[in-house]
Design a protein around this ligand. Structure first.
Ligand SMILES: O=C1O[C@H]([C@@H](O)CO)C(O)=C1O
Length: 552
């Protein structure tokens, strides 16, 4: 195993993710940021300088569990102080398990501003994957707005809230088209055909393949909002990995990818090599106002400029929830994968509601909308600074009698910064309970992501969760993941072992929803955490000086 040294500078730059120029948060002048490639067991030593002029920054390594290094998780106000402009921070952590991951900003709406990239961990030297392939391709999916992230933050925090709306463009490896369409001649859309030379920043991503081979396609979604459905024209996919864990392989024409998900699929280049094919991503779960993202599967030696001769693949309707549920239910762990403990020590039932607080639109969990404190929890809990956040823990469940099928009769909730303190090494069930939003007949998809752990997705159900439903949990082959979706008016149950000392976010991965309070904070075994770097929890030089002279 190696220590891999990386030196990054995070900085705004002008860029055209689609055919309109805007600004993105770039890393070392690249958008999306550089792909990190390492082997399982390696340590990343990543020296990050914040060159944003007036904004703090942090980066979260999504899917990396940070075992023993909770201060490197990159969550502002939870695991560290945001890195001030001009300052640097060293993220030093082990990538302990092979898989497809990504990284992204975890402060305000910086993910929507383009702060993300791929993180790929290969199996350790001399080890083999449990499936075979000849070549590898990788795509990172994202969504893009023409309005900047600072203005989005103001819009979301206004009274009344101004919703950010659907993205203008979906991006594949940072590339999409807004005013023109690559597939104009196949559709009755009004968009003009794109006239591209191929060297534009927004020219489509080209996936180059040789005929009659098996490829591994790595897929991750860093969208701020959009749930996506991905398909490759004329090709079937075999799903083999989800969130860094092996799954029982199954074949699909198209797959759903929610924000925070990652997958590997295998496909065979068994189509006519004198053509190219589309890879497309379309919006799911929200009425789309965004055209599909298109990339080109380029069969060599055909020129990539030969547009596919068949139309982009069809995908299920945005509101075809039965097909989305069928896909999610198909994801099971590969036999031989770790199985969950048989019984939990504690079960939280987290009711997800859209609410008002003094006329501001928020999202709440058991009637509390998360507001992050200024002092990172990791430091305040470790050093018993008890006035840094709400002393009272949020409730394990919402008051009984809530009708999840109807808008709340009294939709008011409160702000809170309390923490769920989990007993170290205990087994915890979390039932994520969806509900009607503020408007009649609206309930949305929410992909929930857990930091510091994987969880087993042990069950899905419709309507209100009842304790008896736990008898039907799948404890035999539930998938082991870090992100799980709740469907409209339904619930999803996950189980995990609180065995990683630290303070961990668990939240809806839709960035504006987290911004509006849709998350909770777990703390476990914090007294066992050793070696927190001063600069993670003491901001600026005075912070460091006081840490040295102080009473720690
Ligand atoms: O949080 C959200 O707000 C809007 C809508 O409910 C109010 O405009 C929406 O679709 C969300 O997901």
């Amino acid at each position: 195993a190696k220590v891999r040294h990386l030196k990054w500078e995070v900085e705004y730059m002008h860029w055209s993710p689609d055919d309109q120029e805007g600004v993105v948060i770039a890393i070392n002048g690249q958008f999306p940021g550089p792909t990190i490639r390492a082997r399982a067991g390696d340590t990343l030593h990543l020296h990050l300088t914040n060159k944003l002029h007036t904004e703090g920054v942090v980066i979260h390594w999504h899917g990396i569990r940070q075992i023993g290094t909770p201060w490197a998780d990159g969550t502002a106000s939870i695991s560290q102080c945001a890195i001030n402009p001009g300052e640097a921070f060293v993220y030093r952590f082990k990538v302990d398990r092979a898989g497809t991951y990504f990284y992204h900003g975890h402060y305000g709406m910086q993910r929507s501003a383009g702060l993300y990239g791929s993180l790929i961990v290969d199996v350790g030297e001399g080890e083999k994957e449990k499936f075979e392939y000849d070549g590898e391709l990788s795509i990172l999916l994202s969504d893009w707005w023409h309005k900047g992230s600072r203005e989005q933050e103001v819009d979301l925090s206004s009274k009344p809230m101004r919703w950010i709306g659907e993205p203008q463009t979906l991006l594949i490896n940072g590339r999409g088209q807004f005013n023109c369409s690559l597939a104009a001649h196949f559709s009755n859309s009004t968009a003009a055909p794109c006239k591209l030379r191929g060297n534009e920043q927004y020219a489509p991503y080209i996936l180059k393949v040789h005929p009659n081979k098996t490829y591994r396609l790595r897929i991750a979604s860093s969208t701020a909002l959009a749930s996506l459905n991905l398909a490759i024209g004329n090709h079937k996919m075999r799903v083999v990995e989800a969130d860094g864990n092996y799954v029982k392989p199954f074949t699909a024409d198209n797959i759903d990818v929610y924000s925070g998900d990652s997958y590997s699929v295998l496909f065979r280049t068994d189509q006519s090599p004198s053509h190219n094919y589309w890879l497309s991503a379309t919006v799911r779960g929200r009425e789309p106002h965004t055209p599909p993202a298109l990339a080109i599967l380029n069969y060599l030696p055909t020129s990539p400029s030969h547009l596919p001769t068949s139309p982009p693949p069809t995908s299920p309707r945005w509101d075809d929830y039965p097909s989305s549920k069928a896909f999610s239910h198909q994801i099971l762990s590969l036999p031989g994968s770790p199985a969950p403990p048989k019984t939990p020590h504690r079960r939280l039932i987290l009711l997800n509601t859209q609410t008002y607080i003094n006329g501001y639109t928020k999202w709440s969990i058991n009637n509390i909308s998360l507001t992050l404190p200024t002092t990172p929890y990791l430091g305040s809990i470790k050093y018993n600074i008890t006035n840094a956040f709400d002393a009272k823990s949020p409730p394990d469940r919402a008051p009984p009698g809530y009708n999840v099928m109807r808008p709340a009769p009294n939709p008011n909730s409160t702000y809170g910064s309390g923490v769920y303190v989990l007993e170290f090494n205990s087994t915890v069930d979390v039932v994520l309970q969806n509900a009607n939003a503020l408007k009649d007949n609206v309930s949305e998809i929410h992909p929930w992501h857990l930091h510091g752990h994987d969880f087993w997705v042990v069950g899905y159900g419709e309507g209100e969760f009842k304790e008896g439903d736990a008898a039907g949990f799948n404890l035999r082959d539930p998938p082991y993941r870090n992100t799980a979706v709740i469907f409209p008016y339904g619930w999803t149950a996950v189980r995990f072992v609180a065995d990683n000392p630290g303070v961990w976010a668990f939240h809806c991965h839709i960035e504006p929803h987290l911004h509006l309070g849709m998350g909770v904070v777990f703390a476990e075994g914090v007294e066992r955490v050793r070696g927190i770097p001063n600069e993670a929890i003491a901001c600026g030089l005075t912070g460091k000086m006081l840490m040295r002279n102080g009473t720690r």
